[in-house]
Design a protein around this ligand. Structure first.
Ligand code: FES
Length: 584
């Protein structure tokens, strides 16, 4: 891997950073804060010098904001202070002036009811922090699931030069002689504990070894996916996504990114120059090739909306059908992010599917995708398969439509059971997440392996916040029979670390209201993955009668951010952004 990194990085380090600069060629945005003879020009300089800076920092140095989502309430991003220090080294070295600032951070494990409720809030924090301050360019430090899309969305709206440095995956988990993937293996082992196959002591041991360092989850969950998507979009330096968080090369790429952003300012290379429609399509293709999280669909729709790119849900399916899934990382495969890094990382993946990409798309280092990946070499063909020997001939995520999901739904087919991808069975309906939890372990739950579990009230407005409740736990009565998967359908999302035959993001959600609200226990439901259909076998007049008769729940909030969220959030097929944040 090290050779690959050197090759890719040498590409990056070539003459761009040595370009002679015409300091008069581009007026720096920050100068309007410092330069002039008004009282406020003077006082801004004086107040900044209260931090001990010399007057030199006001002399034609681009001010580089380091937008840091570090927080001890977000273990995945808990190392980002040291990453920020490395970025600063690079900025100083390239003749810039780094100023670090905090934003809210969204810790996936801790925030209730769900971190997704706050993604848009963080994006607004990022956008307005950039816009309000004397910043010429920005380095975005992120990691945990929602922090990466939120920062990219905010930077897209602010649209000054920006580069992303993701925090990298944590070390692989370990229990006795087993390697564990945080998230995926934790869920599997917890199911064993639920059925009495693991003791309290063993669970405690696993708890201590599952997440062994800072960094994001080490399977191809949402954080790893969004890091890969950021790289595919061209918003990071090549090779960034998979470097483990504790690896020294994480700091190296941070320093190089700090160095590079200074030149991006002089070149005026903005997010809207990099994240074009072609770049978005590249990111979708890479998401399919890596067996990435279904959450990337929602986030990419939102990012496109910020850029004024009219992206439709069916474009994911169009790209999915032609893109092989080649990355053998959990939950779709066997390995972990550390293995992907050692095999060559995202540059190798992109090189493998290069004929399917817009190879001339420009990236943050000023070079094209083709230039960035042409020197990449694969060091482990079992981790990154060749395109003609894929894990699956199609991408991971499939888009479904039908009378149960008129505006779409998604299923991650590579993490599903093949025998369930075509399935028709009777529904067992949970009216809410709470009700599901109350009965899921009941020994009398009337379900069989053919039952289709349907859960309502888990969408953007219904939950609220579109939580990751979609992987409905397997009923204990079936686990006891040795059955570990069944068809499950909801308007929720699912953690990228999860697995199973799970249909998600049903739109419109039941609270909108969509037809999901009309499903009753005993109705026949059909999942036809090959045909891209999700069907409720109930006559349309009966669906409409039930919809008209359904009780309407009171809103979850009557004030504050929650109220604003309910007023303005759009549905899953539009990315769940606020209507007023999309680019007009
Ligand atoms: Fe942060 Fe998984 S909890 S990435």
């Amino acid at each position: 891997m090290s050779e690959t990194i050197v090759k890719v990085y040498v590409n990056f380090q070539a003459p761009k950073n040595l370009m002679p600069r015409d300091l008069n060629s581009k007026p720096l945005r920050s100068k309007t804060w410092w330069t002039g003879k008004e009282y406020y020009n003077f006082s801004r300089r004086a107040w900044l010098r209260s931090e001990g800076f010399t007057a030199d920092v006001f002399q034609d140095r681009p001010v580089i904001g380091i937008c840091n989502s570090w927080s001890e309430l977000n273990n995945c991003n808990a190392h980002l202070k040291s990453v920020a220090e490395a970025v600063k080294r690079g900025v100083w070295r390239a003749g810039g002036f780094p100023l670090e600032f905090p934003t809210i951070s969204l810790g996936e494990m801790f925030m209730k009811p769900t971190s997704m409720l706050f993604r848009n809030l963080m994006s607004m924090d990022v956008e307005e922090s950039i816009r309000a301050n004397p910043i010429d360019g920005v380095v975005l430090l992120c990691g945990c699931d929602k922090t990466t899309p939120a920062q990219i969305m905010g930077a897209a709206s602010a649209d000054i030069p920006a580069i992303v440095v993701t925090g990298g995956p944590m070390l692989s988990g370990q229990w006795r002689n087993r390697k564990l993937g945080a998230g995926t293996d934790g869920r599997k082992l917890f199911d064993l504990y639920r059925t009495g196959k693991l003791t309290d002591g063993e669970l405690c041991e696993i708890e201590g070894g599952l997440a062994r360092s800072a960094g994001h989850c080490t399977v191809m969950g949402t954080a790893s996916t969004m890091a890969s998507v950021a790289e595919a979009l061209g918003m990071t330096l090549p090779g960034c996504a998979a470097i483990p968080a504790p690896d020294s090369r994480r700091l190296t790429i941070a320093e190089l990114s700090g160095q590079r952003i200074v030149d991006m300012v002089w070149e005026d290379l903005k997010p809207s120059d990099i994240m074009t429609r072609e770049a978005i399509e590249n990111a979708i293709a890479v998401n399919m090739a890596i067996g990435g999280s279904t959450n990337a669909v929602v986030h990419l729709l939102a990012i496109a909306g910020r850029l004024g790119i009219d992206l439709k849900l069916d474009e994911f399916d169009r790209i999915s059908t032609r893109t092989p899934c080649i990355v053998n990382v959990k939950p779709s495969g066997e390995y972990l992010m550390e293995d992907l890094f050692e095999a060559g990382g995202v540059p190798v993946v992109m090189k493998e599917i290069l004929p399917l990409l817009h190879a001339d798309a420009i990236t943050a280092n000023g070079r094209t995708i083709r230039e960035n990946v042409e020197g990449a070499e694969c060091w482990n063909r079992d981790v990154i398969r060749a395109a003609d020997n894929p894990l699956s001939p199609e991408g991971g995520t499939v888009v479904l439509t039908g009378n149960l999901a008129p505006r779409g739904a998604v299923i991650k087919q590579t993490a599903a059971s093949p025998h369930l991808l075509q399935h028709r069975g009777p529904a067992y309906v949970f009216e809410s997440y709470k009700q599901m939890h109350e009965v899921i372990d009941s020994p009398d739950l009337p379900v069989t392996k053919d039952t289709v579990l349907v859960m309502k009230g888990c969408g953007p407005k219904g939950a609220p916040g579109f939580p990751e409740w979609g992987q409905i736990p397997m009923p204990k009565v079936l686990l006891d029979q040795g059955i570990h998967d069944m068809v499950r359908i909801s308007d929720a999302r699912m953690s990228g670390t999860s697995f199973g035959t799970v249909v998600l993001h049903v739109a419109p959600e039941s609270a909108a209201p969509g037809p999901l609200a009309a499903v009753e226990t005993g109705d026949e439901v059909e999942l036809d993955t090959a045909g891209r259909r999700l069907t409720l076998h109930v006559p349309q007049e009966e669906i409409e009668r039930r919809m008209a008769a359904r009780p309407v729940a009171p809103p979850h909030y009557d004030r504050g951010y929650g109220w604003m969220f309910l007023q303005h959030v759009n549905q899953a097929d539009e990315g769940c952004d606020f209507d007023f944040l999309r680019k007009k």
